[in-house]
Design a protein around this ligand. Structure first.
Ligand code: CMX
Length: 134
């Protein structure tokens, strides 16, 4: 696989609009998109930081992955997304090397990207996402 850069860092927050205000008013970043990803039970807000983005995640359902995460661990860094040109191939390759996949096949995430997750128990505690156009 070829990882090109950190596409985004996902941060779980309890209140999206409060968190957006911090990123804009204190850090001077610009929220360029707010999007609900029904499949993932989240509302997201995006900021560009160089080539990388920050994705704020607010749950739309207490039983969703971000709802459960906040309940168990509180707000904070939720996942790291690595950009790759071929998500299915990256997932296959990781699985062949013994990594536990959450997604065997990529699914559609925010910003029309294809995404697939590796289980944090296999990746030293960091929920890892592959994402790309394909
Ligand atoms: N990072 C690191 N560890 C995490 C974690 C995270 N984000 N989320 C859960 N865990 C840990 C739990 O703390 C738990 O650890 P312990 O067993 O030591 O207590 C372990 O993983 C398993 O947790 P679980 O309760 O059995 O499983 P969950 O039902 O909480 O599911 C996970 C965990 C990662 C499989 C699930 O959250 C998932 O499928 N995530 C992928 C999808 C996702 O996160 N979508 C939201 C973002 C979407 C987007 O970016 O658009």
């Amino acid at each position: 696989m070829k990882i090109t850069h950190i596409e985004h860092i996902g941060i779980a927050v309890s209140d999206l609009s409060k968190a957006v205000r911090y990123y804009e008013e204190v850090l001077g970043l610009v929220c360029y998109a707010v999007e609900e990803v029904e499949d993932q039970k989240v509302r997201t807000a995006f900021f560009r930081v160089g080539e990388t983005k920050i994705e704020l995640l607010e749950t739309t359902d207490p039983e969703g992955p971000v709802g459960k995460f906040i309940e168990k661990r509180g707000e904070g860094i939720h996942h790291i997304a690595l950009a790759t040109d071929n998500v299915p191939e990256a997932l296959r390759e990781a699985e062949n090397k013994g990594i536990q996949l959450i997604d065997k096949q990529p699914r559609k995430g925010a910003e029309e990207l294809m995404i697939g997750f590796l289980h944090p128990k296999s990746t030293f505690g960091v929920l890892t996402e592959f994402c790309g156009r394909e």
